[in-house]
Design a protein around this ligand. Structure first.
Ligand SMILES: [Zn+2]
Length: 261
């Protein structure tokens, strides 16, 4: 059983290395490399020898991102009165979903609005897990938006920084054996953070928002949004009080992922 699991982990790590190598070599994004195995010569990237990539044909880059608003409704909540929006993003054959909670008038004439981009954390957001600070961040963000009377919360359907719910639980298992959150993701064959921000950027554009005051501790999120064409005029920190159960997780986010708090 253990040998089978080790073999599986080794295979996944091997795939992650292949994706990274192909991305660098063919100048693809990690996502394009991940989904683009049909588009270039996989065998070539198996080799560890340095080779020029000119013979590799990237025949079909992933098409542009297409956003559709699927639904919009009133949304009274414990925090306050919002409008709720359902969005679907289409990238090639891949579909991403997100919802947005909007409060007040977001027109740029009133100044840049507070925006939180929150990645789904079922264990934290629903079950109030104390392994992470996601639920506290979600509540603090909603409280701040309500206090200002205007702002937008985008909730992305991307569990565990993009690795998926069951893989996140597998990562927890590895963390129980002594790995930190970044090492656990990497030993499962994933980058520390797989998210790209094409979907939230498209949603901001839908609301006519070009400048935001971003509720985040993550400088990489600021950089990624700016790469996606959104100006972050202010980063508003969102600090949940540390608990004994989150101290190690927060320390890793600070030291390895560069989060600021
Ligand atoms: Zn969480």
């Amino acid at each position: 059983m253990r040998a089978k699991r080790m073999r599986m982990l080794a295979m996944e790590a091997d795939t992650a290395t292949l994706i990274r190598r192909a991305a660098t070599c063919c100048k693809l994004s990690i996502n394009e490399a991940r989904h683009g195995f049909g588009f270039y010569n996989r065998q070539l990237h198996r080799s560890t020898r340095a080779r020029p990539c000119t013979p590799v044909q990237v025949t079909n880059r992933l098409p542009e991102f297409k956003l559709t608003k699927v639904a919009e409704a009133d949304f009274p909540s414990r925090f306050g009165q919002f409008r709720i929006f359902g969005f679907q993003g289409l990238k090639g054959s891949e579909t991403e979903e997100a919802i947005a909670l909007k409060m007040g008038d977001l027109s740029p004439a009133l100044g840049p609005a507070l925006v939180r981009i929150h990645s789904q954390c079922l264990t934290g957001d629903v079950f109030h897990s104390l392994r992470c600070d996601c639920r506290s961040q979600l509540e603090l963000a909603l409280d701040q938006i309500v206090a200002e009377g205007r702002g937008l919360l985008i909730y992305e359907h991307q569990e565990g920084r993009g690795i998926g719910l069951l893989n996140k639980l597998r990562a927890y298992e590895l963390q129980d054996q002594g790995l930190d959150t970044v090492e656990a993701n990497e030993s499962l064959g994933f980058e520390a953070d797989l998210r790209d921000y094409a979907l939230p950027a498209a949603i901001l554009q839908h609301f006519g928002i070009r400048e935001v005051r971003l509720l985040s501790n993550n400088p990489e999120k600021v950089a990624a949004l700016e790469r996606a064409g959104v100006a972050v005029v202010e980063r508003a920190p969102i600090i949940a009080p540390p608990l004994a159960t989150t101290a190690e997780y927060l320390r890793t986010k600070r030291e390895k992922l560069g989060h600021l708090f």
